[in-house]
Design a protein around this ligand. Sequence first.
Ligand code: SF4
Length: 474
Amino acid sequence: MSGIIVPAKKLNEECGIIGIKSKQKKALAYDIYYGLFALQHRGQESAGIAVSYDKRKINYYKKMGLVNDVFEEETLGGFPFGDCAIGHVRYSTTGSSNVVNAQPVVFYGRFGRMAVAHNGNIINCDSLKSGMMKKGHVFQSSIDSEVIATLINLNSEESLLGGVKKTCEMLEGAYSLVIMADDKLVAVRDKFGFKPLVMGRRGDDIIFASETCALDSLNAEFVRDILPGEIVVVDENNEISSEFMPNIERHSCIFEYVYLARSDSTIDGRTVYDARYQCGKYLAKLFKIDADAVAGVPDSAIVAARGYSESTGIPLVDALSKNRYVGRTFIQPSQALRENSVRVKLNAIKNNINGKRLVLIDDSIVRGTTSKKIIGLLRESGAKEVHMLIASPVVKYPCFFGVDMESRDKLIGGYRSEEEICKLIGADSLHYLPLEYLIKACKGNKCDFCAACFDGNYPVDVDKYNCGKFVLEV
Ligand code: SF4
């Protein structure tokens, strides 16, 4: 039987955003393109760029597809030179998979054309939206970013900054934003700091991006993280000012370190690579397994496998080869399509595993279907034993803040014991990294993070906003 697999991607990231403010007009569309390319792992359904070339004018282009497919040379060359630009890559955590829901949201408002790009999920969006609809507002899309854009415009009677601040007071949930209006670029991180957002500089250009890997792709220097609750304004002269929202309470998403962010990014002063490597070392400390080889599931668990191997002395092997040209498997986000659409993504490297007792490390188990397929493939390809180690705790609870973790009954850890999961995925043994060790690996305190998908402690009162996904139907 062929060793070619399959696995549906277990989790879908949220979105990636980037914005650049320059002193001179230049071909910023190209810079945004390269930045979005670096953020592609955060969203593969649609991509968009908006360029401001005059105080009140914006050109934009957005479409379904990967960054590379959406923007051809001709499209990028067709953008005017501008002094401000923003971009967005999206996976649909809210709103359907449709170009109407692609971002940035560009609209006519108080300051002429304005544009907003958003990463996160607003949990009181429905009530805000229905309140506005009752007053006669209309919406073109089903995304919460359009609600944010409309609120900013409504609230900006006195100034753009005033409008942004007032809007932030109304929003509940997770949001990192870049806003382009009134000859300014505004960057916002919600008061919990759920989603990462960094600031960089390249000459006179000021850049904001979801991850530092986007700054690196532009040869920009990392300046600092935008802090939870911070609103940074870059004005028409590229002068930077900053204000803070009230009631700030840091709870950054710990899953960024586990899986969502790129290993070469740094979030809130901690490199993702180091955190993953340390998780592997802690797994080695906690779980001694008599094995011949250790391997990581590409890409996000390779670093943890290295940490495990270097701590235990068990040789690190490449057990799985990833076909990098297949494209991401969850361009279509429905579960049925995910299950059916991927058949050629991973292959086993038989010579490295044949007859061996293997420790296989993955970053997490969400539905369990991927793990089951991979373990089946490794056994078919000659592995004598497969012991699974997970570099994070059991995912038991859904996420309401922009990561596509489904309702609890869809999370295998939400309704199965570890023993049951081990049996279901066909592993010889299964162990998870306890939360306290994940937090130590991320060099933080428990209170610095949101770890709700592991422990159910949501920083926001999700029941109040009727998130309503706690019903366990199995
Ligand atoms: S629930 Fe999990 S994925 Fe969602 S923000 Fe919290 S830690 Fe991140």
